[in-house]
Write a protein that binds this ligand. Structure first.
Ligand code: TZP
Ligand code: MG
Length: 211
């Protein structure tokens, strides 16, 4: 059974995690309550992804928090990650699913735009919807969709979804009202002095709005 909890989805970024590194950031964030961890490194290459991915696997062992590898199918398989996340311009979803097998979690970034591929529920397990706000974390991101766009795409999604893009604690209530099952953040955890406390604060707000 693929079980995962999208509530607080940490996406790691090597630049924003520079101070203490991605592995230590993930360890602290999970101690604070993060429920998913994605390794996203656009510069590293597959060998580096595998190296960091294995270290992340070790840190997450026994926590129940799945490790998701962004974009790199080979690295996801080599690391034995619980999941793979693909953007709109990455490997074809059908091919990716065929390579990773039925048991691995597969996530897809869903944006607006003429070429946007929807998340086919036969292949994809969850959707990352955004960017809700413009963000400097992802240069050249698709146009920001706001909470109205988020609500439209979440309602249209046949799979559970997370909001991504500029999400801070004060956006959690509106995100959940828009119909997502969780929030995905980079700078709200990676860029913080105390990632454990940052994650705990975000989780506290998630629990509050769910009551
Ligand atoms: N995909 C859409 S926006 C984004 C990604 C990876 C970056 C989100 O980063 P932040 O710092 O939470 O705005
Ligand atoms: Mg990608």
């Amino acid at each position: 059974m693929k079980t995962f909890d999208l509530s607080l989805y940490l996406v790691l970024d090597p630049d924003l995690c520079r101070a203490i590194g991605m592995v230590e950031t993930a360890r602290l964030a999970v101690a604070g309550g993060a429920t998913m961890v994605q390794l996203r490194d656009k510069q590293g290459g597959t060998a580096k992804m595998i190296q960091t991915g294995l270290a992340l696997k070790a840190v997450l062992a026994g926590t129940g928090v799945p490790l998701i590898v962004n974009d790199d199918v080979d690295a996801a398989i080599a690391v034995g990650a619980e999941g793979l996340h693909l953007g709109q311009d990455d490997t074809d979803i059908v091919q990716a699913r065929a390579r990773i097998g039925a048991g691995m979690i597969l996530g897809l970034s869903v944006e607006t735009g003429p070429n946007a591929r929807p998340a086919d529920a036969r292949l994809v397990d969850y959707a990352g919807i955004g960017p809700v706000f413009p963000t400097s974390t992802k240069p050249e991101h698709a146009p920001a969709i706001g909470f109205d766009g988020l609500a439209k795409l979440a309602a249209a999604s046949p799979v559970p979804s997370v909001a991504i893009g500029g999400i801070k604690a004060e956006h959690i209530a509106s995100s959940f009202s828009a119909g997502v099952q969780g929030v995905a953040v980079v700078s709200a955890i990676c860029g913080q002095d105390d990632p454990k406390r940052a994650a705990a604060k975000l989780m506290e707000e998630i629990r509050r709005v769910r009551q």
